[in-house]
Design a binder for this molecule. Structure first.
Ligand SMILES: Cc1cc2nc3c(=O)[nH]c(=O)nc-3n(C[C@H](O)[C@H](O)[C@H](O)COP(=O)(O)OP(=O)(O)OC[C@H]3O[C@@H](n4cnc5c(N)ncnc54)[C@H](O)[C@@H]3O)c2cc1C
Length: 477
């Protein structure tokens, strides 16, 4: 805990970044102290640096005076990783959002940490290129936030997660000097001893403050076909996933939405689809000439898994016209809607809680069966959707935030959901990270693998990078 008064902290920060770039208004501070998970902290101030040099000075000042620092992108985190839990300073990247350079021939784009992924794709799309990691929260998220969260997205089955697309990072370390380092290279092949670039990916703002990133880019596919299948049971939809995987095609996207979320999504989005059931939506990229072949493989795989209906799009334009992906992208708002409908608005405050397990795709049918059994056991609602191409499911529940008994029940159910994932050979967190919510889950996973020693190593790594525990303390480990 710092011995400095709030006024001294604020005046020192103003000396570093300028008076107008330190926010002290309580209402504004509150906005920057919340994240999408529903968790909230209380910051002393929010600071808006312009470059790595200013961040380095902020860190040096924080180190000398034992002040906690919380890097924050768009605060869409769902694991409790970005909130200022122990007061301290929130560092916002709102002023560090420039796209600095890109090269199609060298296949990279360089951006400051606060640049939004959507802006990067706006620039690249004019050249026929894209950055392929696309969280459902794509319109808001920042480069630094997604790197630190280790995010993934709808195209994860084909393109993986953030760590696969990092080339070089500039990072400010939480040491006595606020040292600025550059790790990685702007070449695809790069050996620099231990892989520090990928250590920062998924470190959730606990090891260093990312200020700039060089990201790999890839051409936009010539054409994308999409087939959506509707199934009476969850298991049938998951069987279709397995059949498509066996058909030797690599899906560009493979998403799943359960029947009740489909129904509410249809209402919310005014979709006049004459179909119902559990939806599996699969896209495949390739030349226009093979569109019919891919549609046939996808449709036949779905029909042989008892799909009651299919919707087909031979191009991205057709998929957009049919609004096939809108429903998947709207799953979170749909869960909010389902929650609101199930509670009396004047007496309760809906709280939405999202799980983030992954299992090997062959284990999806058994996994969803066990999830439905847990829904019955706990008597809590469970919407199930996710990026099933890589086995990632987001079982989502909702309760009244004021109901302490229900909260206890949710955490017990989530423990059991994580146990199911581990028993299936999966993981407790695929892309949302550990933050505060999943610290117990991380311990469960390492214990399950008889690898508690790995936790010890992580604690030591944290200590080496952040000897005074000033950077996003209490998160992850
Ligand atoms: C509706 C919805 C859908 C979502 N869908 C997906 C999805 O499909 N896939 C997915 O992966 N996630 C998803 N998420 C979760 C969230 O969007 C991701 O975790 C995202 O990567 C966070 O980016 P952000 O800019 O909001 O970062 P924040 O939430 O602000 O921060 C995330 C973490 O990164 C740290 N951080 C932020 N900036 C920096 C920096 N410059 N240097 C060091 N650390 C930093 C923070 O301290 C925190 O630990 C979803 C969230 C919502 C609300």
């Amino acid at each position: 805990m710092s011995k400095l008064s709030r006024d001294r902290i604020i005046s020192s920060l103003r000396n570093i970044v300028g008076k107008e770039y330190v926010e002290t208004d309580p209402a504004a501070i509150r906005l920057y102290s919340k994240e999408a998970s529903g968790l909230e902290g209380v910051a002393v101030a929010v600071v808006f640096p312009e470059n790595a040099k200013e961040i380095s000075k902020i860190v040096k000042f924080a180190y000398e005076n034992d002040i906690k620092i919380y890097p924050q992108g768009a605060a869409t985190d769902l694991a409790g990783a970005s909130i200022p839990e122990h007061h301290g300073i929130v560092i916002s990247f709102d002023r560090m959002s420039k796209i600095k350079d890109y090269s199609i021939v060298d296949s990279y784009i360089i951006a400051e940490a606060g640049a939004r992924l959507i802006e990067i794709n706006d620039v690249l799309s004019k050249e026929g290129y894209m950055f392929p990691v696309d969280p459902a929260s794509m319109k808001s998220v920042t480069v630094g936030g997604v790197i630190a969260a280790g995010g993934g997205g709808l195209r994860g089955a084909l393109y993986g997660t953030m760590r696969e697309w990092l080339m070089e990072l500039e990072v400010v370390l939480p040491d006595e000097n606020g040292t600025v380092i550059r790790v990685g290279c702007r070449t695809t092949k790069c050996r620099q001893g231990y892989d520090l670039v990928r250590l920062f990916s998924g470190s959730e703002g606990t090891l260093g403050i990312i200020t700039e990133a060089t990201l790999k880019i890839t051409p936009i596919p010539e054409n994308i076909v999409t087939v959506a299948g509707f199934f009476d049971t969850l298991e049938q939809a998951m069987e279709a996933v397995v059949k498509i995987k066996k058909a030797r095609i690599a899906p560009y996207a493979m998403e799943f939405v359960d029947a009740k979320t489909v129904e509410i999504g249809k209402q919310n989005l005014n979709l006049d689809w004459d179909v119902k059931g559990n939806m599996l939506i699969v896209s495949v990229a390739g030349p226009v000439e093979v569109a019919d072949k891919y549609i046939k493989i996808l449709s036949e795989s779905m029909e042989s898994a008892e799909a009651s209906n299919t919707m087909k799009a031979a191009s991205q334009d057709e998929a957009e016209e049919l609004r096939l992906f809108d429903l998947r992208r709207a799953c979170y708002p749909s869960a909010i809607q389902l929650a609101a409908q199930s509670m009396s608005p004047d007496k309760s405050k809906p709280l939405i809680l999202i799980e983030d397990i992954a299992v090997p795709p062959t284990k999806l049918p058994e996994t969803v069966k066990q999830l439905r059994a847990l829904e019955d056991k706990y008597g809590l609602p469970l919407a199930i959707y996710g990026h099933v191409g890589d086995g990632n499911l987001h079982p989502t529940t909702w309760i009244d935030a004021t109901d302490e008994e229900a909260k206890k029940k949710v955490w017990e159910m989530f423990d059991e959901i994580m146990e199911v994932a581990l028993k299936m050979g999966g993981t407790i967190s695929s892309e949302h990270g550990i933050g505060l919510h999943k610290k117990r889950g991380l311990e469960m996973e390492m214990k399950h693998k008889r690898s508690e020693k790995a936790l010890e190593l992580m604690r030591k790594i944290k200590k080496i990078f952040d000897p005074k525990n000033i950077l996003n303390p209490g998160k992850v480990i």
